[in-house]
Design a protein around this ligand. Structure first.
Ligand SMILES: [Zn+2]
Length: 342
């Protein structure tokens, strides 16, 4: 029996318990389960050459600082997503293209931002599979919240790679929640400096997926999308929120916008919360131009944890996303883990 099958049974059992008004003890147990951090050698391998901003040393930078702060409990290991799991979100021709990229001699999956490196398919499938492992651990009650530093690859579209992102792990989790676990009302919050276009446009017409994305002004940064006027299409109009901040905005500008972001998500009373906690909004990032401090990450993780407690049985998955200054990402992600622990 697959782990997904097990989790689905667990979820159905919990749903039945809720209907009987017997859920409180189960929820208490989940709350006591705490934060699970997913990090191991296989996950660390997702990345590119030493001269690429997304190197393979990012996880180690986080873990080193977390150790000095005595923050990380024993970490949980990765697993590789099966092809069928990637197909929850991605198209079959795209998954096949990634699988065959090395053999075909491709040098990059896109215009050059996302190079083909040895083992790329396995590394990317590891990021996605680990996100699904985290989801299953939450639904099984083994963790209340998760943090996966090497994850949150929000630029990958259903049929293409972009911006260092091969498989879109948040998108895969969202689809797995709906298709496998029957959880429909999902919030995705993205504070990476870049717009999370791969998630946004995949669900632009979906009224069940509430999205709030705070990013640097689209006219000044890749991928050039995420205008404030984009609020969702058709029946989904009003379910998406893009907040654009001018270059060099700091904590004051972020915190001025944050109550509106939180209210937007709160209004939909999501059953499950995802956070892409990109660290490239911190002052000094080599490829983005914002001036946050880790206080932004701490506040966001704390407020979303409280929101998840109110509406989603505490269930929240956080991902590291971008962040290319190693000291910055370590400080921001440690702030996230500390806030998730409460
Ligand atoms: Zn980014």
């Amino acid at each position: 029996m697959s782990r997904i099958g097990f989790s689905r049974r667990a979820f159905l059992r919990r749903t039945a318990l809720a209907a009987l008004g017997l859920l409180a003890p189960a929820l208490r147990a989940a709350a006591e389960a705490g934060v699970c951090v997913y990090a191991d050698g296989a996950l660390a391998q997702y990345g590119f050459a030493a001269d690429h901003p997304f190197g393979t040393d990012r996880q180690a930078a986080f873990l080193a600082r977390a150790a000095t702060e005595a923050l990380v409990p024993p970490t949980r290991g990765s697993r590789v997503a099966r092809r069928a799991e990637l197909l929850h979100f991605h198209t079959a021709p795209y998954v096949d293209r990634v699988a065959g990229a090395e053999g075909a001699g491709l040098t990059a999956l896109d215009g050059g931002d996302t190079p083909v490196v040895p083992g790329l398919y396995a590394h990317a499938a590891t990021v996605a599979g680990t996100a699904l492992a985290g989801l299953e651990a939450i639904l099984a009650g083994a963790c209340t919240r998760t943090f996966q530093p090497i994850g949150g690859l929000h630029h990958a579209g259903r049929d293409h790679a972009a911006g260092f992102c091969v498989f879109n792990d948040p998108g895969i989790v969202i689809e797995a929640l709906r298709k496998v676990h029957g959880i429909e009302r999902i919030a995705y919050v993205d504070i990476d400096a870049h717009h999370g276009d791969g998630v946004f446009y995949a669900f632009e017409e979906d009224p069940q997926i509430v999205i709030a994305d705070v990013h640097q002004d689209h006219r000044t940064l890749f991928p050039g999308t995420g205008r404030a006027e984009e609020t969702g299409l058709g029946a989904a109009r009003g379910t998406k929120l893009n907040v654009e901040l001018p270059p060099w905005s700091g904590d004051a500008a972020f915190f001025a916008a944050w109550p509106r972001v939180l209210a937007h998500v709160e209004r939909f009373e999501p059953e499950f919360v995802l956070l892409q906690a990109g660290a490239d909004g911190l002052k000094g990032d080599p490829i983005a131009q914002l001036d946050y401090t880790p206080a932004v990450h701490a506040r966001v993780a704390r407020d979303l944890s409280a929101l998840a407690d109110r509406h989603a049985h505490g269930r929240l998955m956080a991902f590291g996303g971008g962040g290319y200054d190693r000291d910055n990402l370590a400080r921001a992600w440690c702030a996230v883990v500390r806030a998730l622990r409460g």
